[in-house]
Design a protein around this ligand. Structure first.
Ligand code: FES
Length: 338
């Protein structure tokens, strides 16, 4: 008899081979479970098991505590079936991915701060709490000061989950913005901030078997960076995948080193940019909606991800649809309208 993993609440069943881990079986079925070490050390792949027997293998207590084991949680990167069926809480009602419940008032410490461009600051934040905040690449959080004097503002997480549970944010300075002004001018390395999250469903489908086009402007590059690097590093985005970034000048580009790395590692991946300001530089010029028809005359088969300011997102979305983009394959990040 073939063994199966049954997902709740969708009740979808997927086959699992003898000796295969649940994580591998999920991935073979095209389903995405966050994971990092794949060795029972980070806790990223933890989910609740409803019933069935499994061999958990050798995992670290810091990744799965004894009380979590008692409550029925398991690390799927190491879990192998002993019973014929294992029932796990994984998908939502539609059989899609399960989002992590957001938490409030988590303290993070600013461990690094640097300017990415003249008006975008990069923050690296590390959590103080014992329970790490788990997130899907592409999601966002809200941040404010520990005294509560600044309004909570949403920012996308710009990195993929790592073993220190850090998050990286890219924050644009907004004129008269109380929170962005505080972050840019007052917040110092070593100080604490309050984080709520994660939020959002801009997670798309990294397993989609289509070419991928990501369009971004300004700090909209943050969720695109997180989402695209996670997909590539975890074996998704197998067809040609391109990030097209809109910048005023070359001084508005950031994280170019990371994109060069991804380009060298994955032959199907390209990072391109177009300059919208006056420039003598070689390369693409003009706003993305204007240059898209020439670059991508037919987007009917593409998964498209768009993130940036609301006007940018709206204009790109309209153009992508004109070029044949299908609603179900277009993913947009619209939270910037705060
Ligand atoms: S992926 Fe790290 S514990 Fe499973």
């Amino acid at each position: 008899m073939t063994k199966t993993v049954k997902l709740y609440p969708s009740e979808k069943e997927i086959p699992i081979e003898e000796g295969q881990t649940v994580l591998t079986a999920l991935e073979k079925a095209g389903l995405v479970l966050p994971n990092n070490c794949r060795a029972g050390a980070c806790g990223e792949c933890k989910i609740k098991v409803r019933s069935g027997e499994f061999d958990q293998g050798l995992v670290l207590d810091m990744a799965l505590s004894p009380s979590e084991r008692e409550e029925g949680y398991g690390l799927m990167c190491m879990a192998k079936l002993q019973s014929d069926v294992l029932e796990i809480e994984f998908s939502d009602e539609d059989g899609g991915v399960k989002l992590f419940p957001p938490k409030e008032n988590m303290r993070f410490v600013l461990v690094e701060k640097s300017m990415s461009t003249h008006n975008i600051v990069k923050l690296r934040l590390r959590p103080l709490g014992r329970e790490p905040m788990r997130f899907w690449p592409g999601q966002y959080i809200s941040i404010n000061d520990t005294d509560g004097n600044r309004p909570k503002r949403h920012y996308s997480i710009g990195n993929i989950p790592n073993s220190d549970n850090e998050i990286i944010l890219y924050i644009t300075k907004v004129e008269e913005g109380k929170t962005s002004g505080w972050v840019h001018e007052e917040l110092k390395v070593g100080e604490s901030v309050v984080v709520d999250g994660p939020y959002g469903t801009f997670i798309g489908d990294p397993t989609a078997d289509t070419p991928v086009l990501c369009l971004a402007s300004g700090s909209g590059l943050a969720p695109i960076t997180s989402l695209a690097s996670a997909a590539l590093l975890r074996g998704g985005f197998r067809k040609p995948a391109t990030i097209l970034f809109s910048a005023r000048t070359e001084n508005d580009l950031f994280e170019t080193g990371l994109f060069k790395y991804l380009q060298s590692k994955f032959r199907n991946f390209k990072f391109r940019y177009t300059l919208t300001g006056d420039s003598e530089a070689e390369g693409l010029k003009g706003r993305i909606p204007a240059i898209l028809p020439k670059l991508y005359p037919d987007l009917s088969n593409y998964s498209v991800y768009i993130a940036g300011n609301p006007d940018f997102v709206k204009d790109c979305q309209e153009k992508v649809k004109e070029l044949g983009g299908k609603d179900e394959l277009i993913h947009v990040e619209g939270f910037f309208n705060q």
